[in-house]
Design a protein around this ligand. Structure first.
Ligand SMILES: Cc1cc2nc3c(=O)[nH]c(=O)nc-3n(C[C@H](O)[C@H](O)[C@H](O)COP(=O)(O)OP(=O)(O)OC[C@H]3O[C@@H](n4cnc5c(N)ncnc54)[C@H](O)[C@@H]3O)c2cc1C
Length: 409
């Protein structure tokens, strides 16, 4: 045992949606759980557009309190470069994400988990007993280190601290995201997602409405150095021009713009190891087209917590005994590679070709059955047969996979 180490059964790294969910579910199993969070408060800085579908909330059995909800929304409207707009209607929420994360962490605490803020994991050392794996000794910056844990759940986000410390996975490719909170933004309660490569290369732009006329207006783009410039140019060229940009409620001073990065290489090859499971962004779980990750983080954390409880009960927390974790997420999450192919095909289209495709979609895309998809195919064939050589079918299907039931949001 580490000298003076605080012992626990599960040590959760990070108190984002993944960490809070992992701690909550592990604590519900009666495990002794500690969460450490690098920042001095939960949920800030926010690095999220803050939307989550109703399907996600039901899937996760969350009794979302009204005070963490900023707005109830009706779904996503996809806007193509020529202004063509098509809807993917399905209800959801725009959260005050920092309040949501605080609420979820408090729920974990009320089930018995202990939270240590301003605690950053910087190293982990394997503990063995009689030649067998017996836990992790974790060191870092913060008054209560070291911790000794039977199982570590890495929910440290895109930084993926445990992958880095143990050289488990290569660094993921990331896309940059940035947004402003703006005032008096017109809305009919849809999330507006703009496919507009001119501003968002291999990404998209959004207007995510909040209460009191506020909205997050932002983008993700692979052209990282141009992120802010591209967002400013988009605002200047659209009806967002001249609207007031404000500091979000959790920020007292500094720049109006806020954001972060999102992993886009897909799920990591290694998501479990001796006494370790990776969840959420730390495992590379994000939706390939619209890059949402909260639903995936919350659900993967649920799987990891359940796996941890079983392993601890059996008294064997080795990688072999945690192998049901990758099985669980692989059976549940949609095929990343397949959707990625669709996304790649989509971004091989010019602005004009993307608009032609958009015009061939029905006004409501959420209920396209087989016949509906065939109709779209026929329309494209008649209007622009050449698009079939650009693998338009997978590109079209990528929109279908952006629905909530496929963990799109
Ligand atoms: C601009 C932008 C917009 C987005 N919009 C949406 C959206 O609208 N909907 C959606 O579903 N997803 C969205 N996402 C993605 C979403 O934010 C993430 O997928 C989600 O937050 C992942 O949750 P997580 O718990 O895995 O990681 P995170 O939320 O990143 O939480 C990780 C936590 O770990 C802490 N941490 C990191 N390293 C350490 C360490 N060494 N020790 C201790 N603590 C540590 C961090 O401080 C952080 O609090 C967006 C992302 C960006 C960048």
């Amino acid at each position: 045992m580490g000298v003076g180490a605080t012992e626990c059964e599960v040590l959760v790294i990070g108190a984002g949606p993944g960490g809070a969910s992992a701690a909550l579910h592990a604590a519900r199993h009666g495990l002794n759980v500690i969460i450490i969070e690098d920042h001095s408060e939960i949920g800030t800085p926010v690095h999220c557009g803050e939307c989550i579908s109703e399907v996600a909330v039901k899937n996760l059995n969350i009794d979302l309190p009204e005070d963490v909800i900023s707005k109830h929304v009706n779904g996503i409207r996809v806007l193509f470069p020529d202004g063509t707009a098509k809807k993917l209607s399905e209800p959801g929420y725009v959260l005050e994400k920092h309040l949501f994360e605080r609420w979820l962490t408090e729920k974990a605490e009320s089930e018995g988990a202990t939270v240590h803020l301003s605690h950053k994991l910087t190293s982990m050392e394997r503990i063995e007993k009689d030649g067998n794996f017996n836990g992790w000794l974790c060191e870092g910056q913060g008054d209560n280190f070291p911790f000794e844990a039977k199982i570590v759940i890495d929910a440290s986000g895109v930084g993926g601290v445990c992958s880095k410390l143990l050289s488990l996975n290569p660094r993921p490719k990331v896309i940059a995201g940035m947004q402003y909170e703006m005032l008096e933004v017109p809305t009919d309660d849809y999330l507006d997602f703009y496919m507009w490569p001119k501003y968002a290369e291999k990404g998209y732009l959004w207007m995510i409405p909040k209460c009191d006329g506020r909205a997050n207006v932002g983008l993700v783009t692979e052209d990282k150095p141009r992120t802010k410039k591209a967002l400013d140019e988009f605002i200047e060229a659209t009806h967002f021009k001249g609207l007031e940009q404000i500091l979000p409620p959790w920020k007292e001073k500094g720049n109006h713009a806020f954001g972060g990065t999102i992993p886009i290489s897909g799920p990591h090859e290694v998501t479990h190891y001796d006494g370790l499971m990776l969840v959420g962004d730390a495992a590379g779980f994000t939706s390939p087209l619209f890059e949402g990750g909260s639903h995936l983080a919350l659900k993967s954390a649920f799987f990891a917590a359940n796996t941890a409880a079983k392993a601890i009960e059996l008294g064997d927390t080795s990688a072999d005994n945690l192998s049901s974790y990758p099985e669980l997420w692989k059976n549940e999450f949609p095929p990343y590679e397949k959707i990625l192919k669709g996304k790649t095909a989509l971004y091989s289209l010019s602005d004009e070709e993307m608009s032609v495709m958009g015009r061939c979609f029905p006004d409501e895309m959420s209920s396209m059955g087989l016949t509906g998809k065939a109709m779209v195919g026929i329309r494209i064939l008649l209007r622009r047969p050449g698009l079939f050589f650009k693998r338009i079918i997978p590109a079209m299907l990528a929109f279908g996979y952006s629905r909530a039931k496929y963990y799109g949001w």
